[in-house]
Design a protein around this ligand. Structure first.
Ligand SMILES: [Ca+2]
Length: 225
């Protein structure tokens, strides 16, 4: 085996192991993030809302929603359960799902939730159409992004992701996170929410492994020469 081939093999092994390390699934720091206890264990839900809770897929949510939207049902993205909230934008009725989270200082986290609506309406608007869902940490809003609108549907693939990022201070070891659900303009609609996230953004990106790989190549070349 020539020197070039040996170096190539070492590089490809290092690159593939680095790539698999950075793609490892991050762990959510939330309790009951997907509502698989079948209830709101771990969560505080506040806001001027008429109806919220946890259900299995397909449960009828039409009791407090606008007639034109009905029938409205619970949608579940993963597992057996998801939460729902009946809300509107004007007058504002927000459902605020909150948890205290233990964090590491000086660390960047990804915060988000999956949102869906299984009802008769074709689509709902978000972000400057009918309402802006927000995520806040210790009472201050962070910038949340997601699709500007989404289609209604009964499938797990009909959920859209609303998310933002937060970097803790040098001293921060605990934060209070509020995920606010809002939507549908002036009429009450039922929204399903599942798989809330609060997880560290991986630091070891592929780009950061490149200097390490080239350093190893230089060392190997010297040894092999
Ligand atoms: Ca779930």
């Amino acid at each position: 085996m020539n020197v070039f081939l040996k170096v190539s093999i070492v590089v490809s092994v290092l690159v593939s192991s680095a790539a698999s390390a950075s793609s490892a699934r991050a762990v959510s720091l939330l309790t009951n993030s997907g509502f698989e206890t079948g209830d709101l264990t771990g969560w505080t839900v506040a806001g001027n809302i008429v109806d919220f809770g946890v259900n299995r897929d397909g449960a009828d949510l039409s009791a407090n929603t606008f007639d034109s939207f009905n029938p409205s049902f619970q949608n579940v993205r993963s597992g057996n359960f998801a939460a729902y909230a009946v809300v509107r934008t004007n007058p504002a009725e927000r459902a605020i799902f909150s948890q205290a989270v233990t964090v590491q200082p000086d660390t960047t986290y990804s915060l988000g939730y999956w949102l869906s609506a299984d009802s008769r309406t074709g689509a709902y608007g978000l972000f400057n159409n009918f309402g802006n869902p927000t995520i806040s940490v210790n009472g201050s809003d962070i910038e949340a992004t997601g699709p500007s609108q989404f289609d209604t549907g009964a499938s797990p693939s009909d959920f859209i992701f609303v998310s933002g990022e937060y970097t803790t201070s040098q001293e921060e070891t605990s934060v209070l996170v509020d995920y606010s659900i809002i939507g549908s303009g002036t009429a009450r609609a039922a929204f399903s929410v599942d798989d809330f996230t609060f997880e560290a953004v991986p630091e070891s990106s592929f780009m950061m492994t490149i200097p390490f790989v080239f350093g190893m190549v230089l060392i190997l070349r010297r040894k092999l020469n």
